[in-house]
Design a protein around this ligand. Sequence first.
Ligand code: SF4
Length: 257
Amino acid sequence: MAEALTAHAAGARCRRCGICCRKGGPGLHLEDRALVETGRIPLEQLYTIRAGETVYDNVQEKLHRTSRDIIKIKSRPDRSECVWMNPAGNGCDHYDDRPLECRVLDCRDTHEIEAVYARKRLVRENLVGEIQGLWNLIRDHQDRCDPRQVELRIRAVDRSLPSSPKSNRNDPSGLHSRSDSSFGDSESMAELNLILQYDLHLREVLTEDGRVHPDRLEFLLGRPLYKILRPSGIDIRLKNGRLFWMTTSRKGEEPPC
Ligand code: SF4
């Protein structure tokens, strides 16, 4: 398999239309490990989709909940295109060190990308698992801020949320059409707020005094919790260091302590 992939990668001729690069950066696989470990793919350019997050699968074209890390190249802020896409929109500024998915992708024949897409994914443990203190902290954060547990608490708080992720990619939140709701379970609300605040606080502490570069946080801890819940129909936003619900009936409210 590896030889076939290498041969394909060497022979593939990209027309540089840029369509695949506009859909977001690639996920990384074990074959990309050396690129990261030698700094040719810097940690600052990566983010982690953590186990339990709901993500859009570009191959299967549907939302699903991931059971383990997916490490990806970041996209440009507030846009979907890969951060390494040439600003002119027709090429890769990191072409010689592009990851496996980009090397095997031929949009005219997707068999190779489909074969490698979900296998041998690189995970955080491969890269920082031997840094004991840091790895313990990452595991503790994953336990405390497990997206599945957070989602369960949110659904206990807001019973109007859909019971499963929406499959409509254009309106994955399902918030805009919803007007009915009933709220309850103040205990879950308090727990939820503690988890969301812990996630934010840990990020602040780690970047204090330059201990961790801020641009590495989304690799080490994934994206802030309040940002990753939207595909599951949960819209919470940060303003001046405080979190606000943006659901139809809780709009503008802070989760109470
Ligand atoms: S790394 Fe390069 S080829 Fe791959 S998605 Fe980004 S811009 Fe495109």
